[in-house]
Design a binder for this molecule. Structure first.
Ligand code: SAM
Length: 292
C-alpha cells in the first residue's frame, strides 16, 4: 500500500470511495509527508510504544505510527471512513480501528487492555472543534499516558503554553501546566491539509510530569477556583470568587466564599488583594486554594 501523504494519493483514495469531507467532524487530512515525519519524531515513538490515535481519517498518519510503534489503536467517529481504513491499513497487523466518538471512549480502560496498564502515547491531528474536551479528558481522567503529541489550532497551542499577564493566559494554560510540560514543536500552514483549514496549526507535545510540580490539597477545588477566576476575567480575583456559583470543594459540593476571605488569603500569600486572576501564577493559585 502506497503512502497517502500526498495530494494525489489522498485525492485518489477519496474519489475511489466517493468520500465527502464532513465539516462538522473537523476533517482536514494531512497531505505533507515531511510534516508527518516530524510529528512522529516529536512524539519519540519506539517499537516499545502503544499509541492511541484520535481521528485517523483515511489512515495517513496511522501508517507512519504502525511502522514506528509496537501497537496502534485508532479511534474514528465517521463510519464512512472505516472501509477506507480497512484498505489503507490492511498490511499492518498491529493496528486496531475503533469506530467510536472519542469522547465516549474509556481511554484509561483501552490503555489497560492494550498495554497492561503501562503508559501509552497519544498522537493525533485533532478535530479542532473538540480539542479542549479531548485534552482535558486526558489530563483530568485516569489515563496512563506518557505524552500527548497533537496538531491543534495555533491559537490553542499558544494558550496551552501561555504565561501570567499575557492575553493568551487562562484556565487552559493552568490546567495544562499543572499536569504536563507543553512544548510547541512546529507551526504548520493551511496548505499542508486537504481541504485547507481556515486557521493556522501547531504541533504541541505535552509530556507528563512524574509528580505534579506542587501538590494541591484538592484538584477539584483548584480547577473550580481557576474557572471562576477566568469566567469574569476583567474583575479582580476577590470579586470574581466571592459568592461565585462555580466553586466546589474537594468532595464536589458547591462552596461559597466571601470577598474578605479571598482578600485575607491573598494577603497571606503576599499578593495585593486587587490582583486579577490573569496575573496569578499556578503556584499562587495552588497556595490560595490550600487556604480557602
Ligand atoms: N489523522 C488524519 C490526518 O491527519 O489526515 C485526519 C485528521 S482530521 C483533522 C480529524 C479526524 O478526526 C477526522 O478523521 C474526523 O472524522 C475525526 N473525528 C472527528 N470527531 C471525532 C470524534 N468525536 N471521535 C473520533 N474521531 C473524530
Amino acid at each position: 500500500m502506497a503512502y497517502l501523504a500526498t495530494p494525489t494519493a489522498t485525492g485518489e483514495m477519496i474519489k475511489k470511495y466517493g468520500f465527502h469531507f464532513q465539516k462538522k467532524y473537523g476533517q482536514n487530512f494531512l497531505i505533507d509527508a515531511n510534516i508527518l515525519g516530524k510529528i512522529i519524531d516529536a512524539a519519540e515513538i519506539t517499537k516499545e510504544d502503544c499509541v492511541i490515535e484520535i481521528g485517523p481519517g483515511i489512515g495517513t498518519m496511522t501508517q507512519y505510527l504502525a511502522e514506528s510503534a509496537k501497537e496502534v489503536v485508532a479511534v474514528e467517529i465517521d463510519k464512512n471512513l472505516i472501509p477506507i481504513l480497512r484498505e489503507t491499513l490492511s498490511e499492518y497487523k498491529n493496528v486496531t480501528v475503533v469506530n467510536e466518538d472519542i469522547l465516549n471512549v474509556d481511554i484509561g480502560r483501552l490503555a489497560k487492555e492494550k498495554n497492561e496498564d503501562k503508559p501509552i502515547k497519544v498522537v493525533a491531528n485533532l478535530p479542532y472543534y473538540i480539542t479542549t474536551p479531548i485534552i482535558m479528558g486526558l489530563l483530568e481522567g485516569q489515563v496512563p499516558f506518557r505524552s500527548i503529541t497533537v496538531m491543534v489550532q495555533k491559537e490553542v497551542a499558544d494558550r496551552m503554553q501561555a504565561h501570567p499577564g499575557t492575553k493568551d493566559y487562562g484556565a487552559l494554560s493552568l490546567a495544562v501546566q499543572y499536569y504536563v510540560k507543553p512544548e510547541v514543536m512546529m507551526h504548520v500552514p493551511p496548505g499542508c491539509f486537504m481541504p485547507k483549514p481556515g486557521v493556522g496549526s501547531s504541533v504541541i507535545r505535552l509530556t507528563r510530569f512524574e509528580e505534579p510540580v506542587i501538590k494541591v490539597e484538592s484538584e477539584k477545588k483548584l480547577f473550580s477556583i481557576i474557572r471562576a477566576a477566568f469566567n469574569q476575567r476583567r474583575k479582580t480575583l476577590a470579586n470574581a470568587l466571592s459568592n461565585s456559583s462555580l466553586l466546589i470543594d474537594d468532595k464536589g459540593n458547591p462552596m461559597r466564599v466571601i470577598r474578605q476571605e479571598v482578600c485575607d488569603a491573598l494577603d497571606k500569600i503576599g499578593v495585593n488583594s486587587s490582583i486579577r486572576g490573569e496575573a496569578l501564577t499556578l503556584e499562587q493559585f495552588i497556595a490560595l486554594c490550600n487556604l480557602l
